[in-house]
Design a protein around this ligand. Structure first.
Ligand code: N5H
Length: 256
């Protein structure tokens, strides 16, 4: 039997076919999950509908959710609850910072830019976990996406690194709270992947190149590989794991 048969998984943050969240959607669908995808922009909604048409199982639904708006989160999860009754997992693959805060010196980050990055990239996990909890009546898994820049000061990552550090810490505090409901909360620290979010950001190609050169596996990783680890975290195979950050980066983080 597939790993996620009978489970409903909500995937948040797919913008197009290159999105890491879409890697999670494909892996979860392969493992038999029923999918609900959420999006903010109309454009992302259209992209998602097109992508879903390529999946063999067409029972997936699409719901609008703006994670900067509590009412929108409430409405989205009320809608999901009405249509599915119960959810078994969440994939949170959402981040955003002003492009001017992703280059040059971190010390120049404005208060507004700092708060924006933390609001969308870290607080959103807390708000979503709170809204999803009452629907996760059989327990389940919440998985979010991080990057090495949350642990190290990586050129250009700047405010997003500080937001990822907050996100990884939120994973541990949420895991502590939600463990009593048998809800596990984990993060994947993914290697650099050419997504829409990465498009146009300074220094991205250099990071891809260094990764290929230095990672023990000698190559970059892709969204499907991150998706498979996401499916593992959503499944009962990882039932003893919570509050963890696992690197899916070809081993890059272990080398000096
Ligand atoms: C060291 C690096 C390269 C430099 C930093 C990149 C940071 C990227 C993350 C954020 C989420 C990108 C972002 O917010 C871009 C926006 O300012 C502009 N783009 C958009 O608004 C597009 C349209 C929408 C779809 O994107 C978002 N996110 O809203 C890090 C890289 C090697 C790895 C990487 C790219 C990490 C990461 O966190 O994504």
């Amino acid at each position: 039997m597939a790993l996620l048969t009978g489970k409903t998984i909500v995937i948040m943050g797919v913008a197009n076919k290159r999105s890491i969240g879409w890697g999670g959607a494909v892996s979860a669908a392969k493992q038999g999950a029923k999918l609900v995808l959420t999006h903010r922009s109309e454009r992302a909604g259209e992209q998602i509908r097109k992508l879903l048409a390529e999946l063999p199982d067409t029972s997936a639904s699409v719901v609008r959710c703006d994670v900067t708006d509590d009412a929108s989160i409430e409405e989205a999860f009320a809608q999901i609850g009405e249509s599915t009754g119960r959810i078994d997992g969440i994939v949170h693959s959402i981040a955003h910072a002003n492009v001017e805060d992703l280059q040059g010196e971190f010390v120049g980050t404005s208060r507004e830019g700092f708060l924006l990055a933390h609001n969308i990239s870290a607080y959103s996990l807390v708000a979503v976990a709170r809204a999803a909890r009452p629907l996760m009546t059989s327990g389940g898994g919440i998985v979010t996406m991080s990057y090495l820049g949350g642990e190290r000061a990586v050129e250009n990552y700047n405010v997003m690194g500080v937001a990822k550090a907050a996100l990884e810490s939120a994973v541990r505090y949420l895991a502590k709270d939600l463990g009593k409901d048998n809800i596990r909360v984990n993060a994947i620290s993914a290697g650099p992947i050419r997504t829409l979010a990465a498009k146009g950001v300074r220094g991205f190609n250099d990071v891809l190149h260094t990764m290929q050169e230095k990672a023990p596996l000698g190559r970059n990783v892709d969204a499907e590989e991150v998706g498979d680890v996401t499916a593992f975290f959503l499944s009962d195979l990882s039932r003893g794991v919570t509050g963890e950050v696992i690197h899916v980066d070809g081993g890059y983080h272990i080398v000096g």
